[in-house]
Ligand binder design. Sequence first.
Ligand code: PLP
Length: 561
Amino acid sequence: MAGSSRVPVSLRNFASAKTAAVRKSPHLVFNLDLMRNIVFAYFILRHFRRAVRKLRGRGVFGTLFDGYAYMRRYAYGLFLNAPGVRGKVQAQVDEALKKLENKLVPKGPGVTRYLALPKEGFTETQAKEELKQLSEMEHTSWESGHVSGAVYHGGDELLNLQSEAYRMFSVSNPLHPDVFPGVRKMEAEIVAMVLAMFNAPSTAGGITTSGGTESILMACLSARTKAYVERGVSEPEMIVPVTAHAAFDKAGHYFGITVHHVAVDPVTLKVDLKAVNRLVNYNTVLIVGSAPNFPHGIIDDISGLSKIALRRRIPLHVDACLGSFLVPFLEKAGFPTTSFDFRIKGVTSISCDTHKYGFAPKGNSVLLFRTKKLRAYGYFITATWPGGVYASPTLAGSRAGSLIAGTWVSLMTQGENGYTASCRDIVGAAKTIESGIREKLSPDLYVLGEPMVSVVAFSSKTINIYEVADEMSTLGWHLNALQDPPAIHIACTKPTVSATGKFLEDLEKAVKEVKLRGEKSGASKAVAGDTTTLYGVAGSLPNKSVINSMAIGFVDTLYKA
Ligand SMILES: *Cc1c(COP(=O)(O)O)cnc(C)c1O
């Protein structure tokens, strides 16, 4: 008795009322059933609506194909996990990672590894000596233009000036504008200059970020917030060309946005507009186009995407991270161009990497918004933190004022004429490579689409293109391997400009070598290089879990001291 009397009155009432209701009141039973039915109907409706959206977005064949691909992935996953198979796969992954570690992490008697703070700190001379050795470790020669992309370098004079700017502002932090007013002024001016380059209206605004990825993350975040605040969208989706940068998938992963990848036209390699239009639904928060994309250097039909975006009232982001300080200068440099900026009405945001062809120090990018309201959707604000009212525009808290100073001097010293000249040189180099491949290396190699900017992607119908990549790598070139379809590309930079002749010469040699090897059949397997191995395997797997565990191992290796 004492025990039951300790049960709170409200609960006792609830318990007895419930049993009483079940026994005595048909009215209440009916209500419970009704509620259950409503919940069930809601559940069915939700899934039904999802299925309808999927059918409408991907079509009957697309949906069936997706289902088939899913089953294949699943079955292959089961196979990989089967006893006997699993151990063998793991052994091969381990072996590949061991090879990678031997290549990336120097060991041996000549190498001193610092695994704890030195007891007594280095002298200045010691520190400088170590730094010198570190910068001279054996590496692929970007200095001679043998690396695709990666080093977006504006010349030694600019490098010195950037270092000076760095030193002058090395303690500064834009989080404290009252302490560092000069940094605030420079950051605002960088944004203003880039807005002007992309023909933004007076209503527009922008932010600077740590790089293209952060710019893209912020563009997706503000689009998601806009849809949530203005339309209550809680299951956000975005429509992204397959060729768009992986940072959009990262945004989807971080912010819980479903990413619909849209195929590109097999000939033009521009995103399929009809497929984009079909995928738009109530949950769509953003449509994306690239100007140009990373894999093939192709500019999507931004005007076409804009028409869809305007008609369906969805924001449109243009990723000009790579196009950065080249696309806005194509016309002035005398090259064909196409529309991609704010002059197209549907474009609501643009990302532009100052740290690519703007030649700014690594760690700076700009994100532009058509309206300040859209920009504010990305802000983070808390008014209740015991540490004070806190507001910041991007993912970072503290940021490097030194990078802003380095970026500002880059923009100011290059100027319009400087960027027009570098556009002429770099895009000119890409055109030389493109026509060289078309004229001298056809029919063995062909160029993908009609590249307009700095990237030239090419493939082959007669030989294995990955073997060409490996052959180029033995000749000292570091090119990018692409998949779906298999291809490789070179992204031209300032250092590449003087190396185009050598590139075409070596490419011809590489093609000859691969063809020769193909004729001596059977030999090619024995000498398969890294690219051929990785992408040969990756391309044939329906389920990428092996590649995923390799990639985890790769990132782990980066942190082996
Ligand atoms: C480089 C690049 C980005 C962003 O890359 P970060 O490495 O984060 O600066 C985004 N889009 C395209 C097309 C790019 O080439």
